[in-house]
Design a protein. Structure first.
Length: 88
């Protein structure tokens, strides 16, 4: 997947988003795709909390339940973009 830098108001880009997920899941970023289920990629509830905290420090406010109920990384990014559009 080619990740184009699409910055949000917070400064979180899609590229950074995918790199963060890959880092926390301890997999290569090249394995990241929109259709990938984060929990099948190696994330668990504690690692999800790490991501939420990391993104919160960038100004992205997300809840555990909001992400946990979404099936794919594409769904996560769509939520982040929608949240950011609401801030502008």
């Amino acid at each position: 997947m080619t990740a184009t830098p699409t910055p949000t108001t917070s400064g979180l880009t899609r590229e950074r988003f995918l790199a963060d997920v890959a880092s926390v899941a301890r997999v290569d970023v090249s394995a990241m795709s929109d259709g990938l289920a984060p929990f099948e990629a190696g994330l668990d509830s504690l690692r999800l909390l790490v991501l939420i905290d990391r993104w919160r420090k960038l100004g992205v406010e997300l809840g555990f339940g909001e992400l946990a109920e979404r099936r794919t990384l594409g769904d996560w990014w769509a939520l982040i973009e929608a949240r950011e559009r609401g801030r502008t």
